[in-house]
Design a protein around this ligand. Structure first.
Ligand SMILES: Nc1ncnc2c1ncn2[C@@H]1O[C@H](COP(=O)(O)OP(=O)(O)OP(=O)(O)O)[C@@H](O)[C@H]1O
Ligand SMILES: [Mg+2]
Length: 399
């Protein structure tokens, strides 16, 4: 088929041609945010799921849905090694400047900008990465204590009051939320808790890896009173079918049901893999309808493309010791695995592997579904590890 017309879009955060299987959770979130706006009790949500299941594109779609419903939004992504206040400050400034254009909210928004000035100047001592424009002078005593928990709470309350006066809600969309360090996470949850007690229409809608749920609960035990944690996973067979068939049909091309079934088998319904198989199958197919042989022919290329991008970017960030740990896990199968089994595989003591395991958790490569269990956060990573470190040599490699 014409590669120029290829509708599929493999890539981190690339909007798919068909956002399949997510309408229920989208609708649910729209209802929650509209309730927030009119001061009805509601919880926000944190989307949790493995790598490549479509959290980012769903979060972005929810943001567009919210904006279309008259809700004000800002979006940030929490990378490793940046502080949360540094990420929040510039986006909150934009939100406040926007709110200050509404007559009814103007005074509140200006006070919010004063709070932001106090917040940024005092916290810069602790979080030197804060860079934000100051539009107004700080007001002494307003969010300028120099402690994140109290200052963030006061700042968000000011912004919430401005949003309320403007008749809207402010929703802060945060992707990769698992990278926020625990004390900063605790401060954020506590600030949002305060706003919810004050019935202010401001919240966070987040996405991240599955460990987030436990991490947020550890940071503040009442996190589950503020948030639900819907799991975003692989698509069901019928949703995966939609994800493949619709974009193809929209181009005036057909695909045989058996060919679709083979794509679903190969990808296990994981959205990133569906896009990759869709893309290569389309490029290789000569005629409509697309057949199973086209899918089979495209499999090597699809796997090679994933190895070069989706899997590779993760692998390249690992130290030799971390690679060896993950390779040992892969030897045991898809997982989850007991820490004891992994260390046995490596001929080491569990305790001596603690630091490696901790750094893999920190990098978001593994997570712990239940205590003592370790699982990959990247679907099908076990098979990739065996492809990239074949044979038995890894066992003897010195790390
Ligand atoms: N519902 C869906 N239907 C079809 N394709 C989808 C769907 N959701 C996501 N995709 C596709 O899957 C790929 C991965 O999406 P996305 O980057 O949002 O995943 P993610 O969960 O944020 O991954 P990561 O944890 O690596 O950030 C993209 O190519 C996107 O187009
Ligand atoms: Mg993402």
């Amino acid at each position: 088929m014409d590669p120029i017309r290829n509708p599929f879009a493999p890539g981190a955060g690339s909007p798919p041609p068909e956002l399949a299987g997510r309408s229920a959770v989208r609708r649910d979130v729209e209802i929650r945010l509209q309730r927030l706006r009119i001061n009805r009790p509601t919880k926000s949500v944190i989307l949790v799921g493995l790598r490549g299941v479509g959290k980012t594109v769903l979060l972005d779609q929810m943001r567009r849905d919210a904006e279309a419903g008259g809700i004000q939004t800002v979006r940030i992504e929490a990378p490793e090694n940046r502080s949360l206040p540094a990420l929040l400050a510039p986006s909150l400034r934009l939100a406040l400047l926007h709110l200050s254009k509404k007559e009814a909210a103007k005074d509140y928004a200006i006070r919010g900008l004063r709070a932001l000035a106090g917040f940024a100047s005092k916290l810069k001592i602790t979080y030197s990465d804060i860079e934000v424009g100051m539009d107004y002078d700080p007001e002494p005593g307003l969010a300028d204590n120099g402690d994140l928990e109290g200052d963030l709470s006061m700042l968000l309350q000011q912004i919430g009051a401005a949003a309320k006066a403007a008749g809207t809600a402010l929703v802060i969309f945060i992707d990769e939320l698992q990278y926020v360090l625990e004390p900063q996470m605790a401060a954020l949850i506590s600030a949002l808790h305060r706003c919810s007690q004050e019935q202010l229409p401001i919240t966070v809608l987040g996405a991240g890896l599955p460990q987030l749920r436990a991490r947020m609960g550890d940071a503040k035990s009442y996190a589950e009173r503020l948030f639900d944690f819907p799991e975003i996973g692989p698509l069901s067979a019928s949703d995966a079918t939609e994800a493949i068939v619709r974009p193809i049909n929209n181009e005036g091309i057909d695909i045989q049901p058996q060919a679709v079934q083979l794509i679903i088998d190969k990808t296990q319904g994981y959205p990133y893999f569906l896009q990759e198989w869709g893309k290569h199958t389309w490029n290789l197919a000569q005629d409509s309808p697309i057949q199973t042989s086209d899918v089979s022919n495209a499999s090597d290329e699809s796997i090679a493309a994933l190895d070069e991008s989706f899997f590779r970017v993760r692998f390249d960030r690992l130290t030799p010791a971390e690679k060896k740990y993950l390779r040992a896990m892969a030897d045991l199968g898809p997982g989850p695995h007991r820490s004891g089994d992994i260390s046995e595989q490596l001929g080491r003591k569990v305790s001596s592997l603690g630091p490696t395991r901790a750094s893999l958790l920190g990098k978001g490569m593994i997570w712990s579904p239940t205590h003592g269990d370790t699982a990959f956060t990247v679907p099908l990573f076990d098979e990739f590890m065996k492809r990239i470190m074949p044979g038995d040599n890894w066992k003897t490699a010195i790390t």
